[in-house]
Design a binder for this molecule. Sequence first.
Ligand SMILES: Cc1cc2nc3c(=O)[nH]c(=O)nc-3n(C[C@H](O)[C@H](O)[C@H](O)COP(=O)(O)OP(=O)(O)OC[C@H]3O[C@@H](n4cnc5c(N)ncnc54)[C@H](O)[C@@H]3O)c2cc1C
Length: 424
Amino acid sequence: MSRLNRRQFSKAVGASAVAASFGSIAYAQGKGKVVVIGGGAGGATAAHLIKKGAPNLDVTLVEVNPQYTTCFFSNLYLGGFRTFDSLTHTYDGLKNLGVNVIHDMATGVDNAGKTVSLKSGSKLSYDKLVLSPGIDFKWNAIEGYDQSATEKMPHAYKAGAQTKILKGQLEAMRDGGTVVMAPPPNPFRCPPGPYERASMIAHYLKTNKPKSKLIIMDPKPKFSKMALFQEGWETHYNDIIEWIGPDFTDGGVKKVDVAGMSVTTGDGETTKADVINIIPAQKAGAIAHAAGCTDGDWCPINPADFSSAKVKDVYVLGDASVAKSMPKSGFSANSQAKVVANAVQAELAGKKKFPARYRNTCWSLISPDNGVKVGASYKAGEKAVDVASKFISKPGEDNALRSQTYQESLGWYSAITSEMFAKG
Ligand SMILES: Cc1cc2nc3c(=O)[nH]c(=O)nc-3n(C[C@H](O)[C@H](O)[C@H](O)COP(=O)(O)OP(=O)(O)OC[C@H]3O[C@@H](n4cnc5c(N)ncnc54)[C@H](O)[C@@H]3O)c2cc1C
């Protein structure tokens, strides 16, 4: 309905409709309040694009940490290809744009009153709420692996201090030591992430501690880009990486002994190791559960705009959402954020709403200058985000193509972090 039509409609049907139409007119002038929870790949992009496209909207970003360290390329830091500093970004660009950035923990959402409670005790009201809190872990899904275990057996699957612990342990390990990695069960953030990590750890071991081993005890029989990784491991890390599928261990790692630095698999076998990287099973970040957006572990959404299928005026994007065929990745979260930003601007600032188009590409570095990728474009189906077209690197590609693929990934990192943090 146009603004003119709304006015005519109000006149015709009386006072309550007039009140409702005032709200709409205020929205059309772009004066609504948007609260975004989570300043990562999804939330930072959404806050940036909403504010940029509709400067009159009051946009608040709630992010618990003062800086954001990207999980993407954190494996390259483990391999020695990136510095830690190059992965860490501030929120200054978003602040300069006029986004109200609050470093606090969102602890609750009152859907009826449309407010968000913060740990500090204050409350924020919203017209539209955008949730992009990422993941939380299912502690004790592997017996003995709880939050306190992460100091000695890092997951390094939320980047930052955990990534540094894992890197420090690899550096401190003797040559001839054993690293054990337990990848998570599906679904989890970044399906190729554990296997790129294995490649990067193996590269570090090969160049620094060549007598060492990396044993991957997987609970899954198949994984993303499996043929490409296995080809790369055979060519570059044949003496270092051993991948063990669930058939040989009866389901992978079931128990850890943190003090004894060992893991026990489903078949009862115990393996001691010098470095143990457990990547636990995952679920949507806690605030998505508190907001009533979850169905089980994750948040169902409407594929046309990532609005919550459960709660009105709330959007859920990124890892926390159920995007079905679209993997949980930074690229996906950033792509979803563009659609959410458009939807919010259409609702609150009278902008045109475009049909949703989504994209994803996941690059992985296997060895120096040897990048591979998998990706797809998507459209909104009736019930799910559907694949429109897809692509994947092929085994046996020449060095020039692999080098070009790696270069593409560097360009992507720079582009996504510029867009997330409104740089330049
Ligand atoms: C090792 C590894 C490698 C990866 N590599 C790639 C890659 O190459 N390409 C790619 O596309 N993706 C990659 N990913 C995946 C990518 O990091 C995630 O999919 C992406 O970050 C998801 O974005 P998000 O916005 O959902 O969550 P996040 O980016 O995790 O952002 C969530 C933010 O919300 C904040 N938060 C959570 N709850 C609250 C709360 N209650 N109050 C305030 N703040 C809160 C958190 O502090 C965090 O900053 C990788 C992941 C890992 C672990």
